[in-house]
Design a protein around this ligand. Structure first.
Ligand SMILES: [Zn+2]
Ligand SMILES: [Zn+2]
Length: 60
């Protein structure tokens, strides 16, 4: 077992959809300013389960 290098053992990796922002802005309001929506990838948590270690934090 070695510690996962992607998540450094936390089992959580920055969301790839919002790049760790927790929000996405794909719409513009009527003033032309971006509307921040909660990210669908991480549901606003900013991190997702690490895909490399499946959230274990270690790689066998
Ligand atoms: Zn996200
Ligand atoms: Zn990992």
């Amino acid at each position: 077992m070695r510690r996962c290098h992607r998540c450094t053992g936390s089992g959580q990796a920055p969301c790839q959809v919002c790049f760790g922002q927790g929000t996405t802005h794909r719409r513009l309001d009527r003033f032309g300013k971006p509307v921040h929506d909660r990210c669908d990838g991480c549901f606003g948590r900013k991190t997702t389960r690490c895909g490399l270690c499946n959230g274990e934090g270690f790689i066998a």
